[in-house]
Design a protein around this ligand. Structure first.
Ligand SMILES: Cc1cc2nc3c(=O)[nH]c(=O)nc-3n(C[C@H](O)[C@H](O)[C@H](O)COP(=O)(O)O)c2cc1C
Length: 178
């Protein structure tokens, strides 16, 4: 049994990427312990590169909701990055969290494997390629092993993803993690 943390990075609740995450969770929960954090509910400021964390055992100088995410990262084996495509990359909500994990680098990362769940409004392959490339480069840079990518294309409005084949793909990916 793995411990899986899902970070939902959309600015809006119950949208396409959160539905993708929730369907992935239904599959993954069959064999694993799941934690889900919805960033739309959190107050997390950007990293200001003060380097306080590097001299203070990973403690960040900014006091906000990021501490609970660092704790969750330290208590899980697999990280799922779930994000809508915002201007060809991660949402600001998720990118801000990624930047703030700089503090975690001072104490050592526990997460070794990651998954990308992303949703774009356009069907354009160029858009999804930009997102996948950003994710793959991040894995390479931080030494994460990518264990799955679901890239949902052409879902613009709030409930567009409902009843789509890509939800079945997300369920199956979740179920495959043992
Ligand atoms: C700020 C912003 C930027 C966006 N940029 C893109 C983009 O570059 N390419 C694209 O295909 N869709 C883009 N979209 C559309 C979203 O990816 C799409 O609506 C998606 O379904 C949102 O996921 P959600 O329902 O989980 O919030 C953007 C939406 C917003 C709000």
């Amino acid at each position: 049994m793995k411990k899986i943390l899902i970070l939902c990075g959309s600015g809006r609740r119950h949208g396409n990427s959160e539905k993708l995450a929730d369907t992935f969770i239904k599959g993954a929960a069959l064999h694993n312990k799941i934690s889900k954090i919805t960033l739309a509910n959190k107050k997390i400021a950007p990293c200001c590169n003060c380097n306080y964390c590097q001299d203070h055992n990973g403690e960040c100088a900014i006091k906000d909701n990021m501490q609970e995410i660092i704790t969750a990262l330290q208590n899980n084996d697999i990280l799922v990055l779930c994000s809508p495509v915002y201007y060809l990359g991660f949402s600001a909500q998720l990118k801000t969290v990624i930047d703030r994990t700089y503090a975690e680098s001072a104490i050592g990362r526990k997460i070794q494997s990651t998954i990308l769940l992303s949703v774009s409004g356009k069907k354009d392959v160029f858009v999804s390629d930009c997102m996948i490339n950003a994710y793959q480069q991040l894995c390479e840079y931080l030494g994460f092993q990518n264990i799955g990518i679901i890239s949902a294309k052409g879902f613009e409005n709030l409930n567009d993803i409902e009843n789509s084949q890509i939800l079945i793909d997300a369920f199956e990916l979740g179920k495959s993690i043992i």
